[in-house]
Design a protein around this ligand. Structure first.
Ligand code: NAD
Length: 278
């Protein structure tokens, strides 16, 4: 059996087309996203440029703030204060990681929760846990959208999430639980990872280790979602050994072209929804 590809690029293109249409039809208001990058981390620069391009492609205003690596925490907090008060800005995103003199938790908590389109403010993570309407972090939201686009049912299924970060693993587990999956979360201290992954009907991997998940760790017929982005000399690879796992799984996301495009599409969606809520 060769798995069907979960084509994130195509699904994201459809989402973006729909957003562009809605932005065009929205009278009197242009959604605006402020993107803040501190320092010159190369991967972060690529990410923020892609976010800017994505905004422009659907008619969302992007306000880029590129600050030097020496920026003090107080200066960044001042900028966030201004963005919180700016009525043209409906979403604020501070690209992580930030330089060591800045505490990311203090920064994320300074963002107005009603403009927190990344969904990282504890107020919004709490609402997500409680099953209330809120900004859902973009990567897990994108994965849920992708699974829905392929009519993959979740109720009663065993979903295993590998990785417990605040950005991906934890919100992913909440969303799967809210859709009636039985959820197991594995992490760096899980003693026998394979024992858990082998029993997954839905396997979501967000670790950051190239090809950690091999075919022998996957139940035949499982749905495999690879969040990992690892830069190797041969190019980008995921956390799943795609070539062998695709022979065992029923559905699988490629890297690139799987989860990544949906993450950006959901950032645009969150920004649009924030603007419409105002
Ligand atoms: P993170 O470093 O914050 O968390 C990694 C998690 O993996 C931790 O919870 C850790 O406990 C777990 N872990 C580490 N080694 C493990 C092991 N051997 N076995 C099991 N668990 C292990 O990372 P993150 O921010 O959640 O990102 C994870 C990966 O996803 C990275 O490659 C990142 O680049 C990628 N990512 C991709 C997107 C996207 O849009 N495609 C978005 C966010 C993150």
């Amino acid at each position: 059996m060769t798995a069907q590809i979960l084509d994130g690029k195509k699904v994201a293109t459809d989402v973006r087309a729909q957003i562009a249409k809605e932005v065009e039809q929205t009278e009197g208001i242009t959604p605006g996203l402020a993107v803040v990058l501190v320092g010159d981390d190369q991967a972060s620069q690529v990410y923020v440029r892609n976010k800017e391009k994505a905004c422009n492609s659907v008619g969302i205003n992007s306000f880029m703030h590129l600050l030097p690596a020496s920026t003090r925490q107080e200066e960044l907090l001042d900028l966030i204060k201004k963005l919180n008060a700016d009525s043209k800005v409906h979403g604020i995103l501070v690209q992580l990681p930030v330089p060591p003199q800045i505490d990311p938790d203090i920064i994320l908590q300074a963002i107005d929760p009603t403009k927190d389109v990344d969904g990282f403010h504890p107020f919004n993570t709490g609402k997500l846990m409680a099953g209330l309407k809120t900004f859902v972090p973009c990567t897990p939201r994108g994965i849920m959208h992708l699974l829905a686009a392929y009519n993959i049912s979740l109720a009663g299924k065993h979903a295993v999430v590998v990785g417990r970060s605040n950005i991906v693993g934890k919100p992913m587990a909440s969303l799967l639980m809210a859709r009636d999956a039985t959820v197991t979360v594995c992490h760096s201290k899980t003693s026998d990872l394979k024992e858990f992954t082998r029993s997954a009907d839905i396997l979501v991997v967000a670790v950051g280790r190239p090809r950690l998940i091999t075919a022998d760790m996957v139940k035949p017929g499982a749905v495999v979602v690879d969040v990992g982005i690892n830069r190797l000399p041969e190019g980008l690879v995921g956390d799943v050994d795609f070539d062998t796992v695709k022979e065992v799984a029923s559905y699988i996301t490629p890297v690139p072209g799987g989860v990544g495009p949906l993450t950006i599409a959901m950032l645009l969606q969150n920004t649009l929804e924030s603007a419409l809520d105002k």
